[in-house]
Design a protein around this ligand. Structure first.
Ligand SMILES: Cc1ncc(COP(=O)(O)O)c(C=O)c1O
Length: 391
């Protein structure tokens, strides 16, 4: 067993199994098949396909939707760059839509304003663990015949007010097992969907286009007589090698077995901060509509202290001095990153996102227990008091 509480489940056991079996990827009982099956069951989806990242999943979904040169994909500008570059990988243009001032999530009103004849898909991002307004987004998708890929890299078991789990509402859902996420396998991704043909196209796109891949199976060596025949034609699609490795699959499987425990820990941390900030004038938590579940990838809040001339970094340094982990800033808006801006990639003004980007503070939610959570909450309480806040 690992010495780290985060990997204290079956992670080591499954890693050993992979090594003992001599890497059976593509064969019966592979770890990647096991994690796919468990993930599909956990999210109540018929198809789950394991990938090597939560970026390659987005790329595969867009490609399988048929997104190509000349098309546009609407994404929130306030999001990490993976959401912007994946349309570019397809030869398409990212169109930057704005987000809500209070919930920081893709604004369906602005999405409507950004739809053109070239729009092919929308990528709602369930940022910081909270599900976007999927009713409004799905209504737009229906009206304009668009595909929807839900980016749930930061949202594991987050729910909307109807109790629907983020990632199960659009045409496909995408998750990441990168080192900071709810479930960690170092790197890795998962994509789910309900349409068998879409699942097969996604799997082939990420699996080198092997002809005998199916929606449910990543096995490539199914028939020895065929495989050892010089006439056997292996590939019927152009595809990338985006496959999850067996070792990653071992860790991802053990982590998925613990999904409820790991997500609940983050939610407990989020609830603690949320309670603490109930009367705060300086920090406004990401607004959570009644009945929704925010899975609290981090705990995000808007720092209104800027309006009172409190510098972002003064607040951050005081928090650290008081024993806090640190405060994570928001990324640059995707369209403002030099990689995009210098080449003029994408279009779309997003004034709310622009103002928010300077103000969003993320607090860590990956504490192990109440004792560790108390350290962070006490540090925040002390800091707010020092700046004259009502807590
Ligand atoms: C919102 C969001 N989308 C996509 C990704 C990409 O995931 P990965 O790092 O696994 O490629 C991440 C995280 O890194 C993310 O936070």
């Amino acid at each position: 067993m690992s010495k780290s509480w985060r990997f204290a489940g079956n992670e080591m056991k499954y890693i050993e199994e992979v090594l003992d079996n001599g890497f059976r990827a593509g064969a019966d009982g592979a770890m990647t098949e096991r994690v796919e099956a468990l993930f599909a069951e956990t999210f109540g989806q018929p198809f789950a396909i394991a990938f090597n990242s939560g970026t390659s999943t987005l790329h595969a979904a867009l490609a399988a939707f048929g997104v190509g040169p000349g098309d546009e994909v609407i994404i929130p500008n306030l999001s990490p760059i993976m959401c912007g570059v994946t349309p570019v990988f397809c030869g398409a243009t990212p169109v930057y839509a704005d987000v809500g001032w209070d919930d920081f999530l893709l604004d369906p009103v602005d999405v409507r304003a950004k739809i053109t004849e070239k729009t092919k898909a929308i990528m709602p991002v369930h940022l910081y663990g909270q599900v976007c307004d999927m009713d409004a987004i799905m209504a737009l998708a229906k009206e304009f015949e668009l595909k929807v890929i839900e980016d749930c890299a930061e949202c594991f078991l987050g729910k909307d007010a109807k109790g629907r789990v983020g990632g199960t509402i659009g045409d496909a859902g995408s998750w990441s097992f990168e080192a900071s996420k709810h479930l960690v396998a170092g790197e890795g991704g998962m994509i789910t969907c309900q349409d068998e043909n879409l699942a097969m196209e996604i799997r082939k796109f990420g699996g080198l286009g092997f002809a005998n891949l199916t929606a449910r199976s990543g096995k490539v060596r199914i028939d020895r007589d065929k495989f050892q025949n010089p006439d056997w034609q292996r590939h019927d699609r152009i595809g990338f090698n985006y496959r999850m490795s067996e070792l990653t699959g071992a860790v991802a499987l053990a982590q998925t077995e613990r999904i409820v425990e790991l997500v609940d820990l983050r939610i407990a941390a989020g609830n603690g901060y949320r309670e603490l900030l109930a009367r705060s004038e300086l920090l406004r938590p990401q607004k959570l509509p009644a009945g929704e579940v925010n899975s609290c990838f981090t705990f995000a809040a808007r720092f209104d202290g800027l309006e009172q001339d409190i510098a972002w970094d003064d607040f951050r340094m005081a928090f650290i001095k008081n024993g806090g982990d640190g405060i994570y800033a928001c990324w640059q808006l995707i369209g403002d990153e030099p990689a995009m801006a210098d080449k003029g990639i994408g279009w779309g003004e997003t004034p709310v996102a622009k103002k928010l980007q300077r103000r969003i503070m993320q607090f860590t939610s990956n504490q192990r227990n109440a004792e560790e959570r108390d350290v962070q909450q006490n540090a925040l309480m002390q800091t707010l008091k020092e700046f004259g806040d009502t807590v």
